[in-house]
Design a protein around this ligand. Structure first.
Ligand code: ZN
Length: 486
């Protein structure tokens, strides 16, 4: 342990927090031991007051109790290399006590629901150093009964020991920790890139089995790998909640969380045939969110936009759509954005997200999603035009994923645009950002579709004939062969 610590700590001020979390078979509580190394903070902190109520045994060292001050534990006086112990109740995290959100009702009360699983979304147990610098290391090791598995967004250090390192992304960005009788699959997506897929309470009678759902998710992850040339993150957490029944969409809900690492939760209807999943865009959309860092709320049009644009590009990469179909879907989306903009009073794009909270939603939602898609479509076309087809958005996004996805920074849209300029050695992202963010109009897009090989008639919402050309083909099939050898 000590050697590892030396290797990772360049600075004298670095500190190391080692948590050992011990669950017994019932999963109703855990004994936690925290050992401190190096220069430590004066306080440990938790972001929820509820955590005080779940403390079964208050923190203490061998010699004395730790002073509790609301959400803070005062560890000022403790010597370096101290360990302290506490115990937390997880009984309210037992999955079956929370049926409202994942609706395991409607007669599905079979014994599978009585599996022992806890799902933690609000941090009620992990007291962390108050000021965490980039040189401070936090590691957590779980001791659980052998038949239990763990799903977290954290970086797994050891696949035999359930040992993890916490990412620097703040915990209050939200995360999911699931422990118990779950199905866990570890899937490699290229060199040193791993997807961990946890499935909760899968029904053995569903048309789409856990294995076929995992294959489908692997397929989407690989479409990103082909598009960028590399899967964007070293490790990613996926959680699948199957629900019974068939509804319009096989994937009614998908959600990205970013606390301490990236995770995506999917609610699926596994009674759908597996081919319905392959023709749905939701999962491609959510995976595409992993290519941008967290943006401040007024700028979510950029992240929703990239996901809306790429959801169809990725489906074309996967041959779920032809090039032409993908372009026509994007055009339809842009038409929805235009219509949505016209439905709402004039306001600049940067105000739309906040106004959506209090005013009419649906027009604004379409404007947010598809303005951003127009932004990335225009950028992609300009990049290709300026480089004779050699460089496209996928190349710049790959560079972004190598420099800028991790960490605690919340990006402002124009800072992201400047970064994309720097990575592409252009100024087109900033110019586009200024033109769009402060405008109350939806951007024009007919010219772009002409360049892509479509016949476009003004005042018609239908695209005419399509003749595939180099530009329309290259964007949809972009894939860097040399990078993809990894
Ligand atoms: Zn989205």
């Amino acid at each position: 342990m000590f050697i590892v610590f030396l290797l990772f700590s360049e600075s004298v001020y670095a500190s190391h927090y080692q948590y050992t979390v011990e669950f017994d078979d019932s999963l109703v509580s855990a004994k936690i031991k925290l050992c401190l190394d190096g220069e430590q903070d004066n306080y440990l902190e938790i972001d929820r007051f509820i955590a005080y109520e779940t403390l079964i045994q208050k923190p203490k060292t061998n010699k004395k109790m730790v002073g509790i001050e609301g959400r803070f534990w005062n560890i000022k006086e403790f010597a370096k290399n101290t360990c302290l112990n506490y115990e937390v109740s997880f009984k309210d995290n037992r999955l079956k006590t929370d049926p409202k959100r994942y609706a395991f009702k409607n007669g599905s009360a079979n014994q599978e629901i009585d599996k022992k699983i806890i799902h933690v979304e609000e941090n009620n147990w992990l007291w962390l150093p108050e000021k965490r610098g980039y040189s401070d290391i936090i590691e957590i090791e779980f001791h659980i009964p052998e038949n239990y598995k763990i799903s977290t967004p954290w970086h797994r250090l050891d696949f035999e020991k359930n040992r993890y390192r916490l990412g620097y992304e703040p915990q209050e960005w939200g995360y999911h920790l699931i422990i118990g009788e779950i199905d866990l699959s570890i899937i490699t997506i290229g060199k040193n890139r791993i997807l961990n897929i946890a499935t909760i309470n899968a029904s053995s009678q569903a048309s789409s089995t856990t294995q076929s759902i995992n294959n489908w998710l692997e397929n989407i992850a690989k479409s990103i790998k082909y598009y960028l040339g590399q899967f964007p993150l070293k490790q990613m957490q996926i959680i699948v909640y199957p629900q019974p029944g068939i509804k319009r969409s096989p994937v009614p809900w998908g959600e990205v969380s970013r606390g301490n690492g990236l995770g995506i939760l999917f609610v699926i209807r596994s009674d759908h045939d597996i081919k319905d999943f392959y023709s749905d865009w939701t999962a491609s959309h959510e995976f595409a969110h992993s290519i941008l860092p967290k943006l401040r709320y007024p700028d979510i049009w950029l992240s929703e936009g990239l996901a809306s644009y790429l959801q169809y590009v990725l489906m074309a990469q996967n041959k779920q759509l032809t090039t032409e179909q993908a372009w026509r879907r994007i055009y339809k989306g842009l038409q929805k954005g235009l219509k949505g903009t016209q439905l709402v009073s004039k306001e600049k794009l940067l105000d739309v997200s906040n106004n959506r909270k209090t005013g009419p939603r649906s027009g604004r939602t379409m404007r947010i999603y598809w303005s951003g898609a127009a932004y990335f479509l225009k950028a992609d076309i300009k990049l290709r035009a300026e480089s004779n087809g050699k460089v496209g958005l996928s190349d710049i996004l790959l560079k972004l994923s190598n420099c800028c996805l991790k960490g605690k920074k919340v990006w402002i849209g124009d800072a992201l645009a400047s970064k994309l300029d720097e990575l592409s050695d252009t100024n087109l992202f900033s110019i586009l950002y200024k033109n769009m963010a402060y405008s109350s109009a939806f951007p024009k897009f007919n010219k772009e579709f002409e360049m892509l090989g479509f016949q476009v008639t003004d005042n018609s919402i239908e695209l005419g004939e399509f003749k595939e050309n180099q530009l329309s083909k290259t964007i949809m099939t972009a894939s860097n062969k040399t990078r993809n050898q990894n």
